[in-house]
Design a protein around this ligand. Sequence first.
Ligand code: KMT
Ligand code: NI
Length: 178
Amino acid sequence: TIEAWYMDTSDEDQRKPHRLEPNQPVSMEDLSRLGVFYWKLNADIYEADPELEKIRKEQGYSYMDIITIRKDTLPNYEDKLKMFFTEHLHLDDEIRYILDGRAYFDIRNKEDRWIRIAMSKGDLITLPAGIYHRFTLDETNYAKAMRLFVGEPVWKAYNRPADDFDIRHKYVASLQTS
Ligand code: KMT
Ligand code: NI
């Protein structure tokens, strides 16, 4: 399982947990109603993991690469982190598997509140196309992540507001019925 919580509204360091006081947890079921799905895998064997292979096959995740997010290894580190933390959406699902380190994915719920999802080694998450979200490292300043994609990857991010895309309408409509 994975831990998630509603965020406070303080504009302190994005790398801090930003929990409410008292903590307001968000369940896996709440996340699944927002179209967010999760698998726990053994990241020590990611290079030859039959479970990962099965997920990739079933979900059609034909593309994969690995990104190491750390000051000394990622070109334009500061700019990229700033981009990742700018609220945005994509036209396709965002699929990330944390191979090492930790990170936070923040997503908006139906009432437009921020939910923070704490990801660490072995966590694979899918964010649905059209959901507003952002990404940050935590105070350990290091994450190694596998990026998966159905077909040729499209990394284009549309910063909020991006409400006129079909995929956004489709995503918002899907929330009514879930
Ligand atoms: C995105 O689009 O939010 C990202 O690619 C996040 C960084 S990849 C772990
Ligand atoms: Ni994104």
